[in-house]
Structures are given as structure tokens and as C-alpha cells.
Design a protein around this ligand. Structure first.
Ligand code: ZN
Length: 429
């Protein structure tokens, strides 16, 4: 059971920072093994991880239009070198391979009589082609006096002195991304943290230039011209990115945050036979976790013991881990015992409607309790959550029939199976 606020706040519109981008075409070919490939970030912000998969920790982030040098490739992930010199792994579907999609790159023209095209940005690397004066190529990037170019099926490096690049440099021409404030009295702080000093407040419709990102926060230039931070779940970066699409295509790639309700002095509802909601919520979440982990999904619990965790912290754990889905687990109760029975699924944000429906569809079948469908619910753990998030009420703890039905391993396993099947469908569609 959850206390519902009496006054409904204006609904938060949330964005998903990452938009799903399809990689078009395949990697070219002739010199694929020797060339220094570059990829360009096509999502607003992408996570750089310490291994080739979503289960690996996020070490840093990269922004739209950043060019990353590819060092290795594994399981549709690229190992890349960042402009800062750090290396890490990025999902191939969030970047664009420069060798196959050069539409946004600058054109260049050879200005020396002859120019060697080399496999690397190194005078000692092999010559893979030679170009004549006035030959036009597409410029991918420049570094250390070398320019990476592509033409036909060839990608290679030319001494920057031998080539004239048309227009502004590809690195400088990218316009700053802007974000738009969606929530009234949005706080702009001096640190990427809700405890950061308040610099100014902004109203819906106000726009800011994005100059960076940290955790779940955007770094922006304040009206006064200083550096500030705004939480990414109260802003919109681009109307087109405010979609509800999952960023992963299978449960095995997903990070799921499970949130057993209540804990410690907050017992939650208490049953007719003395069952504590906080205890069975934790047992149920543990059963769901075990079942989800058999699929390869990464599961994070907001509490694994009888701990007190604030509602704000629970949402923050979801945001900080960029969860692909968040599920809060509760058991319901009424003021008067034995007056209600059954299960319900709640969502708050638009990006969770489909998710709620997929999970609830599984709670309708083969379960011992009646299902009351998916509904809108104004809960803090959902309201402050940028991830698709739902809250499950899995039976009335102060109904004698429900209480007997829900407090056993068989019921918890049924719930675990239903949630796993619902998530599988959600990510596959
Ligand atoms: Zn509860």
C-alpha cells in the first residue's frame, strides 16, 4: 500500500535521453582490417561502459556528434578511444559508422600534386592509395596533423597539409544542443546532485544550451552565464526523443531496478494474521530478481535487507543506473479488513503505459487473484523516475483470502514468472 498525495502535481513530461538508432548498412570492406575507423555519436548522450554489454558499469558519457576512434569490436559493441584519451565500450546502435554514412561530413580537396593515403595517422604506416591534385574526398576527422578521409570503399589518412577542407571544421560546426524546461520552478544547481546549491529556478519553455552531462544531469550555461546543472528527468532535449521506446531489444541486455516497498520502521500494511507488507514485498522482489537473472538481465534492488530507504532515493537509484525498467513491489490494504481483493498495476509517466500493459497482461493469466488492470497512480517513486516505471499491488494483505494466497513461495514464483514474461514481451516489441 502506498499513501497517495492529496494534491496532484502537474504531470512531469519525461524524456528518454537515448533514442534508439538503427545502424544502417554494413562496415566497409576492403581495408576494414587496417583502417582506423571512426564512429559518430547519434544519440543525445550515450553511456561509455567498461565492457561490451549493458551489464558493464558506466565509466563516462559521450555527447551527440562526438567522434570516437574505434579500437575493437565485439558483440555489436565498439571499443572506442574518447577525445579525452580514455577508452571504453559503446553500443554500436547508438553511433553511426563514419565509413558508411558520411552525409554530414565536410568535403575535402587534395591540394598537393600527389597525396598518399595511409592506413593510420602515422608516416610509417602502409600506403593504401595515392590521390591526384583536385581529387575530392569526404573528411571524417583530423588529429595530430593528419586528416582521416573516405571515398569509394577506401578510408585512410592523409597529411593535413595536402588537403583543403571546405567550410568550417567538422569538429567546430556542430551546433550546441538545447534543452527545454518542462516542469514549473525547475532548479538549476551548482552540482549534479539534488543537494547542490541552487543557482536559479526556471519555468516551462525556458531553453538552455547543453554543455555537458554528468550522471542523470545536464550541464548548462545559466542565465547569469555560469555553469549549472539540471536533472535530465525534468527537461526535454528534443521533441523527437520523447519516445517511450526501450533502448534495449531484449531482457538479457536490460538493467532492471526492483523496489521492495517500505522497510525498517515503515512496515507498510499489516495483515489480518499479522503479515508485514515490508517482509513479503522483499521476498517477492527477491524471487523476481532470481528469475530475471536467469535471463542474463542485470538486476538492482533498492533494498535487499530490512532497511529504510526514502522514496526519493528509490527513484534516484533508478535514474542513476539509467534503468531500462523500474518495478516497485507492494501489497495493498483497505481501512476495513476483508473489503477488497486482487492485484493492480500502476504507472504515472506516459513512457510507462506500454510497459504497465505488458506486465499486467501477464498478471491476468494463471494467477489466483482477480486482476484490476493497469491504472494511473501518482506515486513519488514513479513521478520522479525517468525510467519506464510501474508499481505493483499484488494482493490485499488485510483480506484473509488474499493474505493466505500471497504469503508463500508458490505465489511469489508465479509473480516472478509473470513479471519475467511481461518484461520479455516489452523489450521484444
Ligand atoms: Zn505498500
Amino acid at each position: 500500500m502506498v499513501n497517495r498525495p492529496k494534491i496532484k502535481k502537474k504531470k512531469l513530461l519525461l524524456i528518454s535521453i537515448l533514442s534508439l538508432v538503427l545502424v544502417i548498412g554494413a562496415i566497409v570492406s576492403t581495408y576494414a582490417l587496417t583502417m582506423a575507423n571512426t564512429v559518430k555519436v547519434t544519440s543525445e548522450v550515450v553511456n561509455i561502459r567498461n565492457g561490451p554489454g549493458l551489464a558493464y558499469d558506466i565509466t563516462t558519457q559521450s555527447r551527440k556528434n562526438d567522434r570516437l576512434k574505434v579500437l575493437d569490436e565485439e558483440n555489436e559493441w565498439y571499443k572506442v578511444s574518447l577525445p579525452s584519451g580514455e577508452t571504453g565500450w559503446v553500443a554500436s546502435w547508438l553511433v553511426e559508422n563514419e565509413t558508411v554514412s558520411a552525409a554530414s561530413n565536410s568535403k575535402g580537396k587534395i591540394i598537393s600534386t600527389l597525396a598518399n593515403v595511409r592506413s593510420k595517422d602515422d608516416i610509417n604506416s602502409s600506403v593504401i592509395d595515392t590521390l591526384n591534385k583536385n581529387r575530392e574526398v569526404t573528411v571524417i576527422s583530423s588529429q595530430n596533423g593528419w586528416t582521416q578521409v573516405t571515398y569509394g570503399k577506401v578510408t585512410g589518412w592523409i597529411k593535413s597539409d595536402f588537403i583543403e577542407v571546405a567550410g568550417a571544421s567538422t569538429e567546430d560546426s556542430a551546433a550546441l544542443q538545447k534543452l527545454t524546461i518542462r516542469e514549473e520552478n525547475t532548479n538549476i544547481r551548482d552540482a549534479a546532485d539534488v543537494n547542490g546549491k541552487l543557482l536559479e529556478t526556471a519555468q516551462p519553455g525556458t531553453t538552455y544550451d547543453i554543455i555537458g552531462s554528468k550522471d542523470s544531469w545536464y550541464e548548462v550555461k545559466t542565465a547569469a552565464g555560469s555553469k549549472g546543472y539540471v536533472a535530465n528527468w525534468v527537461v526535454s532535449v528534443n521533441e523527437n526523443t520523447a519516445a517511450a521506446k526501450p533502448t534495449v531489444s531484449s531482457l538479457s541486455e536490460a538493467t532492471i531496478v526492483l523496489d521492495p516497498g517500505h522497510g525498517s520502521n515503515d512496515t507498510g500494511a499489516i495483515g489480518v494474521d499479522g503479515t508485514y507488507e515490508k517482509e513479503i514485498a522483499l521476498k517477492t522482489a527477491a524471487a523476481i530478481k532470481a528469475q530475471l537473472e536467469t535471463t542474463g538481465a542485470k538486476v538492482i534492488m533498492t533494498r535487499s535487507n530490512d532497511d529504510y530507504v526514502t522514496l526519493g532515493k528509490r527513484a534516484e537509484i533508478s535514474n542513476d543506473n539509467a534503468a531500462d525498467a523500474f518495478i516497485s513491489v507492494h501489497y495493498d490494504s483497505t481501512e476495513e479488513a476483508n473489503t477488497a481483493s486482487g492485484t493492480s498495476t500502476y504507472y504515472y509517466n506516459d513512457n510507462a503505459k506500454d510497459f504497465a500493459s505488458r506486465i499486467n497482461a501477464q498478471l491476468k493469466v494463471g494467477m489466483p487473484l482477480e486482476n484490476h488492470g493497469e491504472k494511473y497512480g501518482d506515486f513519488q517513486v514513479l513521478r520522479e523516475n525517468a525510467s519506464p516505471s510501474i508499481l505493483l499491488e499484488l494482493g490485499y494483505i488485510n483480506n484473509s483470502f488474499d493474505e493466505q494466497t500471497i504469503d508463500n513461495d508458490a505465489y511469489r514464483q508465479k509473480v516472478a514468472n509473470a513479471v519475467t514474461n511481461g518484461l520479455t514481451n516489452y523489450f521484444a516489441n
